[in-house]
Write a protein that binds this ligand. Structure first.
Ligand code: APR
Length: 234
């Protein structure tokens, strides 16, 4: 029986890297190919909607050719067997956690496979493209669908649930994130203030490594299954 009861896990692009999905800030990362302010802000969308829609259409299509890796699968195993509270908070907009079977999951930066209608505010599952301005499945209006992605300057989703879980946590684990973007980068401090133990699993020290009681460096497909086995006593 583990000494821990309530766990919060934060995941970032590093957990999907070995599935072939580009990270943002690593060598050859997405933000080296595109300026954030050109594709991932409300202003960019207002200024050049076609550029933004094409950028996300490409990534939405690419994601559907990728598969979950051993790290996603290990977290799904933890989700299925952990008797205490567990919340997996992902910054990622791919659906690899879901496809591995994880249920106790929130996407704080939105989802590639979701379209948001700015006419009726409904969100619809979306696997196709948006560049041709399809009609909203809920209200039928044309030209009002945008990617259901939280852009820079917009409020991340599920923040109340996330802070509630952090304040109840006795273990916070950060996996595959650079600790470069708030509010996610501040979660480790929230967890510490709640008295939680903090563990970082990442390829290299992140910008927030200082705040973690323990850091393990290596590939997620090695570190995450090892950690889950430890938690489940396997
Ligand atoms: N295993 C573990 N960690 C890895 C691996 C791997 N195979 N490959 C890369 N990493 C680590 C990198 O060392 C880096 O610290 O994953 C982290 C990825 O960092 P970023 O590319 O900055 O991605 P992320 O932290 O998720 O970015 C946060 O920024 O652009 C926004 O909204 C976007 O959600 C994203 C947010």
């Amino acid at each position: 029986m583990s000494v821990f009861q309530n766990i919060v896990v934060l995941t970032g692009a590093g957990i999907s890297a070995e599935s072939g999905i580009d990270t943002f800030r690593g060598g050859g990362g997405l933000w080296e190919q595109h300026r954030v302010e050109d594709v991932a802000t409300p202003e960019a969308f207002a200024r050049d909607p076609d550029l933004v829609l094409r950028f996300y259409d490409e990534r939405r299509a690419a994601i559907q050719t990728k598969a979950p890796n051993a790290a996603h699968e290990a977290l799904a195993r933890l989700d299925a067997r952990w008797a205490g509270e567990l919340l997996i908070v992902t910054q990622n907009v791919d659906d690899l956690h879901e496809r591995a079977g994880t249920k106790r999951l929130v996407h704080m930066h939105g989802e590639q496979l979701s379209a948001w209608c700015t006419a009726c505010d409904q969100r619809s599952r979306w696997t196709g493209s948006l560049i041709d301005r399809p009609a909203c499945p809920a209200c039928g209006m044309v030209g009002y669908l945008r990617p259901d992605i939280v852009w820079f300057g917009e409020m991340p989703y599920h923040m109340d649930d996330i802070y509630r879980a952090l304040n109840r946590a006795d273990l916070f684990v950060s996996i595959g994130t650079s600790g470069a973007v708030y509010p996610a980068a501040g979660f480790v401090r929230e967890a510490r203030q709640a008295g939680a133990r903090t563990l970082e699993l990442n390829l290299e020290p992140s910008e927030g490594s200082y705040w973690f009681a323990e850091s393990r460096h290596g590939r997620a497909t090695t570190l995450v299954p090892q950690w889950v086995d430890q938690m489940l006593g396997d």
